[in-house]
Design a protein around this ligand. Structure first.
Ligand code: SAH
Length: 248
């Protein structure tokens, strides 16, 4: 089981596979007032930037689980580069259904709630690894503006308006699940650009180097249409944030 190769082409230069910047993860890490030795579990940890930088800055320890072999290797290399390989480890595998052996202080799923079949299922899944009183982090999109048409919905890579909520609905949903929202850091259009616009140069460079690859036609089509589509739809209509929750 592995992440389709096109993701690693698109996001080949990315350390963060979400519309978040290093600054925003740093703000979040400070906002959470993480105690040294905090034990974390990060499901769908990608290239491990959150865990590795928090291990460096706050002496967090723990495990990341991700289905991408490429991203998991990058996460291990990043841990070594930052000198935190003794604090964090990265496991290649399917995170759906993953529960830690020991309860953790911080359980996160940042930008992959499909692993639990949606927000509610992912909150339930993370809750099974979390100690009483622990912190849960959910990274999730929301509608910045209500999408007026199905074109807008699909332009944001959704199939139905109901795939995402408006921000007040999302915050309310966490409450309905029995959790207090105790912190949040939101993406903005600039941090969205660092995620999305940064993919275009990756696509172009890859195309120049791999004109005969079986994915070349798809990548060419994506680069030809993606920038307009992004500024027309996701950049205007889609928000994203990381929400810190504690069980009531
Ligand atoms: N949290 C990371 C990565 C988010 S991108 C960050 O903020 O950078 C979504 C990630 O989910 C990708 O790394 C992808 O490989 C991973 N993923 C998708 N399905 C998964 C699954 N079933 N189990 C584990 N990881 C999964």
């Amino acid at each position: 089981m592995d992440l389709p190769r096109v993701f690693t082409i698109r996001e080949s230069s990315h350390r963060i596979h979400n519309p978040f910047t290093a600054d925003k993860f740093a703000v979040l890490g400070q906002a959470l007032r993480l105690a040294p030795g905090t034990r974390a579990l990060d499901l769908a940890s990608g290239s491990g930037e959150m865990l590795c930088t928090w291990a460096r800055d706050h002496h967090v320890t723990g495990t990341g689980v991700d289905v991408s072999t490429v991203f998991t290797e990058q996460a291990r290399a990043r841990a070594a580069e930052l000198g935190v390989a003794h604090r964090v480890d990265f496991v290649h595998g399917d995170a759906s259904g993953y529960v830690s052996d020991e309860p953790v202080d911080l359980a996160a799923c940042v930008g992959a709630t499909w692993i639990g079949g949606g927000v509610a299922g992912t909150v339930e899944l993370l809750g099974r690894s979390l100690r009483p009183g622990g912190l849960m982090l959910i990274g999730e999109p929301y509608w910045r503006q209500d999408p007026p048409t199905q074109d807008v919905v699909e332009g944001c890579h959704a199939s139905r308006r109901g795939d995402f909520r408006m921000l007040p609905e999302l915050i309310g949903h966490f409450g309905d699940l029995g959790y207090d929202v105790v912190e949040m850091v939101l993406a903005d259009q600039d941090s969205w650009d660092r995620y999305q616009a940064a993919q275009w140069l990756n696509l172009r460079r890859w195309l120049d180097q791999n004109p005969d690859d079986e994915l070349a036609a798809d990548v060419r089509a994506e680069l030809s249409t993606g920038p307009v589509r992004y500024v027309k739809y996701a950049r205007e209509y889609l928000g994203w944030g990381v929400f810190a929750l504690m069980r009531r």
